[in-house]
Ligand binder design. Structure first.
Ligand code: GDG
Length: 500
């Protein structure tokens, strides 16, 4: 397999994620090319990828096609092939119909299929091999998210010289839930191949450590996990930061702690300052019939986002006459997501039935109660929507972070607008000045919506100022820098236990 010394292209920084940050575009003449898809992760990593000779490994979004490495917008890209069957079993199956519902507190029932698991192992191996092939001697490899939890150990096995990091973008569930997983030990072993394992919340890191103690019996000291070294293994001599545990056995140490992700806040502020986007925000309110209050929800159409709970609360407030559809409009952007997974199809039917009922009962020709949009929009339009919204509703039942909440705050350069935020999002750990809610408590949610609608300007500004301070200081550049710093320091046997 990989020999780092003879590799022709060897990179010092390797990013591994399921999906590459590029989209294939076909022009009028039928010529296909790659366009960088501007996500927060790319924005955060781009400067480092440039300065450190980096490469990104992942799936290019087209099934059954071997694609040669290429460069897109200055980023080196190494595609990993996925067949249609891999997509069904590894991606839609094990990732999105087993791990996703399990890690989000079994809001939906996870499906456990042994064939899906086998494909998950096989595909993880393919990603690990690709990373092993391109990484320079001693390179830093940063693996992302729940689709690739076996990659760290697979990679360490063939390339013990690498510094390996893993970041989990979604929650890590409490042991009582995690322990349902038939392959619970294999996943833990996979993750523990990393030197640093990052989570969104302190609670997620705690859940992970507990699972490690329960399932593996390893010792943990705060965020440090002691992983015993098998001294019969010929690679055992090449491990970094090896120490002895209390019983004198050899262990390598793994750091597992919270690194809450964020957004490119400046980019949202810059968009919010553009006159044409501000004009679009005014136009949106006009198109809605100039209601006194515009409320907004922006989510992938996913059962974790609590869209149904939000609609229930809004519908009841209209039914009870405590809100009036002539005065208040709820705009719900539900961007299409995972449409081949059955649970998502059912969710779409439920949501659209509820929206239709509310509009039929409380709307009029001039005023729709819920403006429901099953589309994805350009970022400019999202920012105009954030600017147009008096109240932002984030009612997720479980969410690793929720970037939408942070985007709304970054956009509000006018220091106005009220954020209603679920306690079950990672964002609620930082955004304490939002109106925090428990989305399961429909009465409480209704009260809070009324409070948001009626909040005096002075209070809105005071809260928004405090929220903006948080988001503008802790942006995504700081997040990636602090994770990579922890990784590089771990290569020298030094574990930063918390953010500087
Ligand atoms: C996962 C975790 C964690 C949505 N619709 C449109 C659109 N979006 C953008 C939003 C935001 C992103 O997609 C969604 O991010 P979230 O964080 O809200 O949620 P997930 O997609 O579930 O992300 C989550 C995140 O990973 C990062 O670690 O925070 O907890 O579940 O940026 O703006 N963007 C555009 N058009 C749309 O229609 N342009």
């Amino acid at each position: 397999t990989a020999n780092p010394d003879t590799a022709t292209d060897a990179y010092d920084l390797v990013i591994v994620s399921n999906r590459l940050p590029v989209d294939r575009v076909v022009d009028e003449s039928g010529e296909a090319s790659w366009r960088p898809s501007p996500g927060g992760l790319v924005a955060a990593l781009e400067p480092m990828m440039r300065s450190q000779d980096g490469i990104w490994i992942g799936w290019a979004g087209v099934a059954d096609e071997e694609i040669e490495p290429f460069e897109a917008g200055d980023i080196n890209i190494r595609p990993v092939m996925l067949t249609e069957q891999d997509l069904q079993e590894y991606y839609e199956g094990f990732s999105n119909d087993t791990l996703w519902p399990l890690y989000h507190d079994v809001i939906a029932q996870p499906s456990y299929h042994r064939e899906w698991w086998e494909t998950y192992v096989k595909v993880n191996r393919r990603f690990a091999d690709a990373a092993a092939e391109v990484a320079a001697q001693g390179a830093v490899v940063w693996v992302h998210d729940y689709q690739l939890q076996l990659v760290p150990a697979m990679l360490r096995e063939v390339r013990p010289d690498l510094v390996i990091g893993f970041f989990n973008h979604i929650p890590f569930p409490p042991y009582g839930i995690y322990s349902q997983l038939p392959w619970r030990r294999q996943i833990i072993d996979g993750l523990l191949g990393a030197d640093v394992i990052g989570f969104q919340r302190v609670a997620d890191a705690g859940n992970f450590s507990r699972a490690v103690r329960r399932l593996k019996g390893y010792e943990t000291r705060g965020p440090i996990i002691e992983v015993p070294i098998d001294t019969d293994d010929p690679a055992s001599g090449s491990h970094r930061h090896v120490t002895t545990d209390r019983r004198g056995g050899l262990v390598r140490t793994v750091l597992a702690r919270a690194f809450p992700i964020s957004i490119d806040a400046d980019q949202y502020q810059d968009l919010a300052r553009r006159p044409e986007i501000q004009a679009r925000a005014r136009e949106i309110r006009q198109e809605l019939g100039n209601p006194q209050t515009v409320m907004l929800g922006v989510d992938r159409l996913d059962y974790t986002k609590g869209i149904g709970h939000r609609l229930k609360a809004f519908g009841e407030l209209l039914a009870e006459g405590r809100l009036n559809a002539e005065e208040v409009t709820l705009v719900q952007v539900a961007s299409p997501s995972r449409e081949r997974v059955e649970t998502y199809r059912q969710l779409r039917d439920e949501i659209e039935l509820t929206v239709g009922r509310i509009n039929g009962d409380y709307g009029s020709l001039g005023h729709t109660a819920v403006a429901y949009l099953h589309h994805g929009y350009p970022r400019e339009e999202m920012v105009a929507l954030y600017l147009a919204a008096d109240v932002m509703l984030v009612t997720a039942l479980r969410d690793g972070m929720n970037l939408v909440a942070k985007e709304y705050v970054a956009t509000r350069i006018d220091e106005d607008g009220v954020l209603v935020l679920s306690e079950f999002t990672g964002a609620s750990d930082e955004l304490r000045q939002a109106l925090l809610i428990n989305p399961h408590d429909i009465e409480g949610l209704k009260e809070t919506i009324l409070q948001a609608v009626a909040m005096p300007k002075r209070d809105r500004t005071r809260r928004m100022r405090a929220l903006r301070r948080k988001v503008l200081t802790n942006d995504v550049a700081r997040w990636s820098a602090s994770f990579l710093d922890a990784l590089t320091r771990s290569a020298h046997g030094d574990h930063p236990l918390q953010n500087p």
